[in-house]
Design a protein around this ligand. Structure first.
Ligand code: COA
Length: 718
């Protein structure tokens, strides 16, 4: 596989030719207006495409004034993009013809490949394309629109409004519907690409292009399943620091995932892994619905620049919607400015005594449109306020027309240099009047949650941009004895096993520098005192060590919770005496000194690393012990991770307050957890034989008291 990709890197044409083709062949072009092969030619012509159009059909003739070529070979030109719309059984032959013409990109509209189980047919196409330096879009797609060319090589809508949002969609029908919906919402597109079965070109390839495309300000992806999640992660890591990337990922629920899997033929990954990696780790903006994604896309695309800070202010004429908006801001991570002195100074001239200058600023239901305008202007003028949420409930005091005029003057005409989002709520006339503004590009919603979620998306993007602490520092690269781990793995392999036995797992933990409960064998009283007082430290457990005594407790060979020298000496004497009495001929090697763990002092966590089917090497942190399965309070990240990622994972779990200490407890040793996460991250990345490591529990003691990997399971790849 890797070889193929390497080959592809050498031969692959620049993806620019897909978006700015100089020549397009339509294989399966038809003069029958009801066929896809006609629609594609019609759309290309209608889009004002300036390059060469070559319809191909064995019958010849003309379609829409373009000469039809009886074969692609008979075209006397090189082809940048070929669109195939012939039945599946002819696609491979058409691809062969494309190769003869040194075609760069082939968009295969035809269905009937992996989505219906025809994996071989699809693989044949990809392998052939790779061998011949061609790249494939699809199959099973509606095509591609690029505003840059411009070219509409789809069989969807004839007119696509150009703009600055680029859409990549795995679902064809939803993609076509999104073209319609974006038009009614006033969202222009820089491109829309249908990727279908993603046999070759996928989201990651396209995002790489959109990062550099000046036309594109916002990237929006609709994803059902991922094939190369690790590559998408890498590309998104770069992209989200430049442009906002909005993702709609279906298959969140179990049933949804099953539907998505059967729909596209590719498995939707476990949703929590997807959310943690794509949204939390690399900062894509995950929308819950298509409408939410489009709201964000529109809002983000119209921003002239990022906000200069986090201080958001809500201006409202209704207390109720003000409180609702406050809740919504908390939900979407919008920080409400709370400097009461400053707010009072700004807003008291426009707020009656029974209103409130605190945030949300309530200018009350008696506010006239003049007061409304003054309040909005005050918020826009203040350098302390960085973004504004303007709320309006219908009242008898002003009409929709008057309010619309305020928005026209202060937003559309003045073009404020800070983000503003509006939410107006009322009856038919009120909404109609105001929503006419929507078509003029005003971000206006009837629901305050929609308005706040737009601002939340903008602030998430803002955080991606300002948090540039990226470099993997030395601290993030713990020292691990990989050679010793490999020796253990080789022994396990030699024994034809895929799982490690307890002592083997312990050796791996030692080589990884991960603390495990240590046991020390003391041969005499002097060593007993040394280990108990200098190494393990009280309280300790003492156990008899003798190959001849298997059931140690039965032999009186175990003493728990020894807290001082006296108890230690008594126990040593008693254990030796009982053992001799139990089995007089037993050969006694000494006693084992182990730390006595008080479970009340420690919190049980789980730390793991595994090769995920979609994302490759990943790490996991969560609440451990016997509740793991029930509570599923875990966080995932793709490897390699930075220290800041490990910290975020820990902070993400719901049980995080327990690690900070509740009811007067001391905080736990979070640093120890971070260290183990980073070590497992490195092991799963470097030891290609290991498929799973799970330490459960990792006992986390009080701060600076360390952590202990109590039970470790390690599995090797088959
Ligand atoms: N080279 C060029 N043209 C060829 C050809 C070849 N090797 N073989 C056949 N053709 C011509 C046909 O003669 C026909 O032209 P005509 O109308 O002049 O006779 C045209 O190509 C199309 O072939 P036809 O057999 O009529 O197929 P069709 O138009 O009914 O269906 C597809 C073709 C690709 C549309 C169909 O197979 C398909 O896959 N449909 C689903 C598409 C889809 O939904 N994609 C996903 C969207 S999200």
């Amino acid at each position: 596989m890797e070889n193929k990709y390497r080959m592809l890197e050498i031969k692959a044409p620049n993806i620019k030719h897909l978006f700015e083709p100089k020549s397009i062949a339509i294989i399966g072009a038809s003069s029958n207006r009801n066929k896809i092969g006609y629609k594609v030619v019609d759309n290309i012509v209608a889009s004002g495409y300036q390059g060469k159009i070559y319809p191909v059909n064995p019958k010849g003739g003309t379609i829409l004034d373009s000469k039809v070529y009886t074969s692609i070979e008979s075209i006397d030109d090189t082809i940048d993009l070929a669109t195939i719309c012939v039945p599946a059984k002819y696609v491979f032959d058409s691809l062969k013809s494309c190769a003869k013409k040194k075609t760069k990109f082939v968009s295969i509209i035809t269905s009937g490949f992996s989505e219906i189980g025809n994996l071989e047919g699809e693989e044949e196409l990809v392998n052939f394309a790779r061998e011949n330096g061609m790249r494939l879009l699809g199959p099973n797609i509606f095509g591609i629109f690029s505003a840059k060319a411009p070219v509409n090589a789809t069989f969807g809508y004839k007119h696509i409004e150009p703009g600055s949002v680029a859409i990549v969609t795995q679902s064809g029908a939803l993609g076509v519907a999104m073209i319609g919906k974006t038009a009614t919402e006033g969202i222009g597109l820089s491109a829309i690409v249908s990727v279908g079965n993603k046999c070759d070109i996928d989201e990651a390839d396209l995002i790489e292009y959109f990062i550099t495309d000046d036309n594109t300000r916002v990237i929006l992806l609709y994803i059902e399943g991922l094939k190369r999640g690790n590559r998408l992660t890498q590309v998104l890591e770069k992209a989200t620091k430049i442009k906002p990337v909005i993702i709609i990922k279906s298959g969140r629920s179990k049933r949804g995932a099953m539907a998505a899997a059967s729909h596209t033929g590719s498995l939707a990954g476990a949703d929590n892994v997807f959310t943690d990696i794509i949204s939390r780790q690399v900062g894509a903006l995950r929308a819950l619905s298509v409408q939410e994604a489009l709201n964000w896309a529109k809002f983000l695309a119209i921003q002239k620049s990022l906000p200069v800070g986090e201080n958001a202010v809500i201006v409202t004429n209704g207390g109720g919607i003000g409180v609702l908006a406050t809740d919504a801001c908390e939900l979407y991570g919008v920080t409400l400015y709370d400097n009461r002195e400053v707010l009072k100074e700004i807003f008291s001239p426009v707020t009656p005594s029974f209103g409130s200058t605190k945030n949300p600023v309530d200018i009350t239901g008696q506010a006239s449109n003049e007061i409304y305008e003054q309040a909005l202007q005050a918020a826009l003028d203040s350098p302390d306020i960085h973004s504004v949420i303007v709320l309006g409930c219908e009242t008898a005091i002003f009409s929709a027309d008057q309010l619309a005029a305020v928005v026209q003057r202060r937003y559309l005409d003045d073009k404020p240099d800070k983000p503003v989002v509006f939410s107006f709520f009322g009856g038919g006339e009120f909404e109609q009047g105001l929503f006419a503004l929507k078509s003029k590009g005003v971000p206006i919603f009837s629901d305050v949650y929609e308005a706040a979620s737009c601002l939340g998306a903008l602030y998430k993007h803002y955080h991606n941009i300002i948090n540039t602490d990226d470099e993997l520092s030395e601290l993030d690269d713990p020292e691990i004895d990989i050679k010793s781990i490999q020796t253990v793995i080789d022994e396990v392999r030699a024994d034809n096993r895929r799982f490690l036995l307890v002592p083997e797992a312990l050796r791996v933990m030692n080589a990884a520098g991960i603390p495990t409960p240590k046991s020390y064998v003391a041969k005499d009283l002097e060593e007993v005192i040394y280990y108990a007082e200098e190494v393990v430290k009280y309280p300790v457990v003492m156990k008899i060590v003798s190959k001849d005594i298997i059931h140690k407790s039965d032999a009186g060979g175990v003493a728990l919770d020894l807290e001082n020298r006296d108890e230690l000496l008594d126990a040593y004497e008693a254990i030796l005496a009982s053992a001799r009495k139990y089995k007089p001929d037993a050969k006694i090697e000494g006693v084992e000194i182990v730390r006595m763990i008080n479970m009340n002092e420690a919190m049980e966590t789980i730390i793991g690393a595994r090769i995920d089917n979609t994302f490759g090497p990943t790490v996991m942190f969560g609440l451990g012990g016997i509740y793991v399965e029930v509570l599923k309070d875990v966080a995932f990240r793709a490897v390699p991770i930075k220290r800041s990622d490990a910290i975020e994972m820990i902070q993400q779990i719901r049980s995080y307050p327990l690690l900070l200490g509740v009811r007067g407890e001391e905080a736990k040793d979070i640093g120890g957890c971070i260290d183990i996460i980073l070590r497992l991250s490195k092991i799963i990345q470097l030891c290609k034989d290991i498929s799973d490591i799970e330490i459960n529990p990792v006992l986390v003691f009080e701060q600076n008291q360390g952590v202990l990997a109590v039970d470790t399971r390690i599995l090797l790849n088959p």
